[in-house]
Design a protein around this ligand. Structure first.
Ligand code: FAD
Length: 248
């Protein structure tokens, strides 16, 4: 419908990795709330793309399945996590993926097998495609220890990341595997404020918005980091977050 009527659209899961313009979006924001989890055979889960990733993570580990335990605390949807190839603790969502059901802009529905898709660090083919992930199937492994590991990882995450304030998670991809948070800390930028937004004193790669920060404030901090990183370390940073401009 949006395509045939030539209405620009943006698909949103939980919006936890997406920065919208302060003016909003001149088009249709499709907020995906299609949520369901079913265990189709032991350890294989068919999940709707709007399902919460932490919910899936918790439900599977408490049943003794391992593979997604690292993802508790990543506040995204399954569709968003697959698009971003979300990951932590040396694991990525694509590691446990079996297949994806995808709605193309043309209206055609296609099933992609994991082996036909190329994922890498925070990248998936869906970042370059126009369409919607509808469902995904994950194959997990029998692992009674997964729940324990999950709680330990979550505790660690709460200690090292600013969970008490709104954010978009890490703003930049780690360049060449080096912790970008550490690099930003070395530039002396932790705690730097711009309007209502600030670079987290806890983790340099997080920009948090404890007050009435605007997207403009966040952009200004992003620019500051990029410029200083180039001037002092000759490193060009790539943004991990997705930016939706006012008009596309
Ligand atoms: C406190 C905090 C901690 C975080 N920690 C981590 C971490 O450890 N590791 C990590 O990888 N990320 C982390 N993130 C970032 C973010 O939560 C993940 O990338 C998450 O998976 C994004 O999911 P989402 O549903 O919010 O995506 P959104 O922000 O809604 O969307 C992201 C992109 O995916 C697209 N998209 C969403 N759903 C679909 C769909 N169904 N079909 C097609 N395209 C779709 C959107 O158009 C957009 O381009 C963190 C974020 C926060 C706020």
């Amino acid at each position: 419908m949006a395509t045939s009527e030539k209405i620009p659209y943006a698909v949103v899961g939980r919006g936890s990795n997406t920065l919208f313009d302060d003016r909003g979006f001149d088009g249709l924001a499709i907020i995906n709330r299609y949520s369901s989890i079913s265990e189709i055979t032991p350890g294989r889960f068919r999940v709707a793309s709007g399902t919460s990733l932490p919910l899936l993570s918790m439900k599977t580990t408490t049943k003794g399945w391992g593979g997604l335990e690292w993802s508790l605390g990543i506040p995204g949807s399954i569709g968003g996590a697959l698009t971003m190839n979300a990951g932590a603790s040396q694991s990525e969502i694509s590691d446990s993926l079996e297949e994806i059901v995808y709605l193309h802009e043309t209206g055609e529905i296609e099933t992609f097998k994991r082996e036909d898709l190329t994922f890498s660090y925070r990248r998936s083919p869906f970042q370059e495609m126009k369409g919607v992930i509808l469902e995904a199937t994950f194959a997990l492994t029998n692992d009674p220890e997964a729940r324990g590991r999950q709680l330990a990882v979550f505790e660690e995450r709460r200690r090292k990341q600013p969970y008490h304030e709104p954010s978009l998670g890490c703003i930049f991809r780690n360049p060449m595997g080096i912790s970008c948070g550490k690099l930003i800390e070395e530039l002396g930028l932790k705690g730097m404020k711009m309007g209502g937004a600030h670079i987290s004193p806890l983790h340099g790669n997080f920009i948090t918005n404890p007050n009435e920060g605007t997207a403009r404030d966040v952009f200004a901090l992003i620019q500051l980091i990029e410029e200083k990183m180039w001037a002092e370390k000759e490193l060009h940073l790539e943004k991990e977050i997705r930016i939706v401009p006012y008009s596309i």
